[in-house]
Design a protein around this ligand. Structure first.
Ligand SMILES: [Zn+2]
Ligand SMILES: [Zn+2]
Length: 275
């Protein structure tokens, strides 16, 4: 059993649907031990300084939750990994983050994959090749712990055009990115929102390739923006990890990976964080 949801959002994210305390309570009700509230930091969209100010005035001005029902390690999702490295670094240096997700929600100078239109299948393929290239550069050059939803654009190609592309269709590009993660000791994220958004499969083949190449750390996240979606499809995620040959998943403490058995047994990591 996977008892950690490593990728979630609350009202502190522009698209969050619930207060963080509701997300924490729902996590407890679902039997989770810890919840990473990886609020969006999208410096490109908002301008880095403005976004930092927003974080300071909201997240870091809010009183900490009293007696949190689950562990809530301080975490963040950098949604434009390559674009605002200085602003991202500045924010990370100001606060004791325990876990940092790196993600690409849009290509440079383009609208986000979620909100843009796709006029042809060929356009999707071209955009995806650009995405994998920009992701490779970002994976190599920027600061993060786990690479979020590598399959992100595919769900929108499928939902908006019915085009089913797979990461396995791009073995060289994908292996180049996985190689960077392994070289830098970074984690790969298995993001279950793909299924929730209607895409037919998790990226099991890529997780398997990651392991074959020497990858050690996989984080698992639902990308829930509302309590109902917390830990959604975690059974499938566990099956996917086992099929790929993994016996553990990773969580992060002070930006360092800790491996937890998929059996759900946890030693030295149990209980809400009290410090
Ligand atoms: Zn994301
Ligand atoms: Zn997210």
């Amino acid at each position: 059993m996977i008892l950690t949801d490593s990728h979630t959002h609350s009202f502190f994210s522009h698209d969050g649907k619930a207060p963080r305390e509701d997300m924490a309570r729902a996590a407890r009700e679902k039997g989770l031990r810890r919840l990473y509230q990886t609020e969006h930091f999208d410096a490109y969209t908002d301008g880095g300084t403005k976004r930092i100010r927003y974080f300071e005035e909201t997240i870091f001005s809010a009183p900490p939750l009293k007696d949190p029902p689950v562990e809530l390690p301080l975490s963040i999702e950098l949604g434009e990994m390559g674009e605002a490295p200085e602003e991202s670094r500045e924010l990370l240096s100001r606060h004791p983050y325990e876990f940092v997700l790196g993600a690409l929600h849009h290509l440079r100078g383009e609208k986000g994959f979620l909100s843009r239109d796709y006029s042809s299948d060929g356009e999707c393929r071209l955009l995806f090749e650009r995405y994998l290239y920009e992701l490779l550069i970002a994976a190599e050059e920027t600061e993060y712990d786990s690479l979020a939803h590598m399959d992100y654009p595919l769900r929108y190609f499928y939902a908006k055009r019915g085009l089913l592309l797979r990461l396995e269709d791009y073995p060289e590009e994908v292996e180049a990115i996985l190689g960077v993660l392994i070289k830098r000791g970074k984690a790969l994220e298995l993001n279950t929102a793909a299924l929730r958004k209607g895409y037919p499969a998790l990226m099991t083949g890529t997780v398997k390739r990651f392991r074959e190449m020497g990858g050690k750390y996989v984080t698992v996240g639902s990308d829930a923006h509302a309590p109902v979606d917390l830990a959604a499809h975690f059974d499938e995620a566990e099956r996917s990890l086992r099929e790929a040959g993994f016996t553990h998943y990773a969580v992060y403490r002070k930006r360092k990976p800790v491996l937890i058995p998929l059996s759900g047994e946890e030693t030295g990591l149990t209980g809400p964080k009290t410090e």
